[in-house]
Design a protein around this ligand. Structure first.
Ligand code: FAD
Ligand code: NAG
Ligand code: NAG
Length: 483
């Protein structure tokens, strides 16, 4: 049972994105009503979930879509009573830098036959392959339901998909799919454009994050009514945590001798806010922001071995440019009338000529009554993803006219280069945890939520020395009868 000398009373979470706020929610669930939870956030609640206003409406600039099988996100909106955004059917096209090489039809059967004609069974097989990965990964929900947690990213992955998943982490998507017998043409024409829109990178990202990305194809992706970041403020409120609008500058470990003679460590969190700098003491701290160059700058002191401010590897830059304007149809090489062009997402091939990663027609975060996505002949909001900021010339090339432009520079997700050296740890020190290590497997809202629950369970079990709930092998077989 618990070490009664030290009462688990003060918890800190650094960062109020979906990871930090989900951690607040799950920490409250695990540790109960009696503990105090402080959440530090110097910027807007939501982090990489953010909206911007253009004209009368708000639009997502960061993380935008959620998979129907993202069960934690689904659970959050249900718990918080936030409805999903009304669905506006989407339609995809692929642009090779000169013209559209594929345009989705409104008719499922037409799309199916076109894919079959050009790529044989590659498309169907891709969906089966992705489904088999997803099926296994979803075991994590059952494990978490039963309170099991994992001390490292590798152990979590291994518990869901065994050695195959570790191999997926260590191989490029290209190697993986070629190994599974997919054709190079299919990879270039279909797979690469999907990875470009989702992660701004190529088929050389790792196989696991590739599968996560491809899982979105043909699924009824959803979003949160009013903006995805509403989930973050909702979770924060629901968890009865205190928001401290300050930036954490350093965390140092202190040792306090206890009555029984065993030394207990606790953490001093130093922070700077509008009213100057201060510090507070905590027995458990969760870092819920990437510890990487440009993402955060937290110094760790007094730790042995020392903890770095930044782990190896870097975050990939994606510029999200929202343009309220009129599209230049000739840019896409189409000659059809703009009034007939109702494509919502133009993906791009991995060709040297393309300075954009994708072009999407955006719907507002709240869909007004009677809304229909306007065709390209009307002035509306488009979102361009690119690796570099768009120059004035590039904008002029793509748009005939515009009245407003809003640019957001994101260090968006890890730059994936398998084989991966070493994933950062979940456990930085006894009771100091790092949630964003999971992003090196795949970066998505749901991944941060899964990591948040894992870290809350891990912190709880380690506090109460319940080792039987950590890193158990063969959970899948053992829990099979328990459904
Ligand atoms: C352009 C783009 C598109 C994306 N599309 C999707 C998508 O469609 N679907 C999807 O699921 N995911 C998508 N993602 C990924 C998804 O947005 C992220 O994986 C997820 O939001 C990460 O959440 P997080 O809470 O872990 O981190 P963050 O959202 O980065 O939160 C970290 C927070 O910590 C704060 N912080 C930093 N330093 C300190 C400090 N020293 N002290 C206190 N606070 C600090 C930051 O201000 C920030 O608010 C996209 C991301 C981007 C950028
Ligand atoms: C992944 O590759 C790295 C570097 O080659 C190696 O050190 C590591 O053991 C590999 N991991 C797995 C699970 O294969
Ligand atoms: C529209 O795009 C075409 C093709 O790229 C380009 O030649 C033309 O100059 C653009 N139109 C305008 C008005 O910029």
């Amino acid at each position: 049972m618990a070490d009664c000398d030290v009462v688990a009373l003060f918890k800190a979470i650094v960062g109020a994105g979906i990871g930090g706020t989900a951690a607040a929610f799950y920490m409250r669930q695990e540790f109960g009503a009696g503990v105090k939870i402080d959440v530090f956030e110097p910027a807007d609640i939501g982090g990489r979930l953010a909206t911007v206003k253009m004209g009368d409406y708000e639009y997502e600039t960061g993380g935008s879509v959620i998979h129907p099988l993202n069960l934690h996100m689904k659970h959050f909106v249900e718990k918080l009573g936030i409805p999903p955004r009304k669905n506006v059917p989407s339609k995809m096209a692929i642009f090779d830098g000169k013209e559209l090489t594929f345009e989705e039809s409104d008719w499922f059967i037409v799309n199916f036959l076109r894919m079959l004609w050009r790529y044989g069974f590659n498309f169907l097989r891709m969906q089966m392959w992705v489904e088999s990965v997803l099926d296994k990964f979803m075991r994590i929900y059952q494990y978490q339901q039963y309170g099991y947690s994992f001390s490292s990213v590798e152990r979590l992955l291994h518990a869901t998909g065994g050695d195959d998943f570790l191999t997926l982490m260590n191989q490029t998507l290209e190697e993986t799919m070629m190994g599974e017998g997919f054709s190079q043409i299919f990879l270039n024409d279909i797979v690469a454009p999907i990875i470009r829109v989702d992660f701004g990178q190529s088929v050389r990202i790792n196989g696991f994050v590739g599968a996560v990305s491809l899982a979105g194809v043909g699924s009824d992706l959803w979003a949160v009514d009013g903006g995805n970041r509403k989930v973050c403020s909702g979770l924060l409120y629901h968890s009865k945590s205190e928001l401290i609008p300050a930036k954490v500058t350093s965390i140092s470990v202190k040792v306090r001798p206890s009555k029984t003679g065993t030394a207990a460590s606790f953490y001093e969190v130093n922070y700077v806010g509008d009213s100057g700098s201060a510090h507070s003491l905590y027995d458990i701290v969760v870092v819920a922001t990437p510890l990487h160059q440009g993402k955060s700058d937290i110094t760790f002191s007094g730790f042995s071995p020392p903890l770095p401010s930044h782990y190896p590897g870097h975050y990939h830059q994606t510029i999200s440019t929202l343009v309220h304007g009129l599209l230049n149809m000739s840019y896409l090489g189409t000659t059809g009338p703009a009034s007939d062009f109702t494509v919502s997402d133009v993906l791009t091939m991995d060709s040297k000529g393309s300075f954009i990663n994708s072009l999407s027609s955006l719907d507002p975060v709240h869909i007004p009554q009677g809304y229909k996505r306007p065709p390209a002949s009307q002035t509306k909001v488009w979102k361009v993803f690119s690796q570099q900021p768009l120059s004035q010339e590039q904008l002029q090339h793509m748009f005939l006219s515009w009245d407003s432009v809003s640019e957001t520079k994101w260090l968006a997700y890890p730059s994936y280069h398998p084989p991966h050296r070493k994933t950062p740890p979940f456990i930085l020190h006894n009771q100091l945890y790092y949630l964003n290590a999971i992003e090196w497997v795949a970066s998505a809202m749901e991944m941060s939520a899964i990591s948040a629950r894992n870290v809350a369970l891990l912190a709880h079990h380690r506090w109460h020395q319940q080792v039987g709930k950590i890193d158990q092998e063969d959970l899948h077989t053992r829990l099979r009868g328990e459904l």
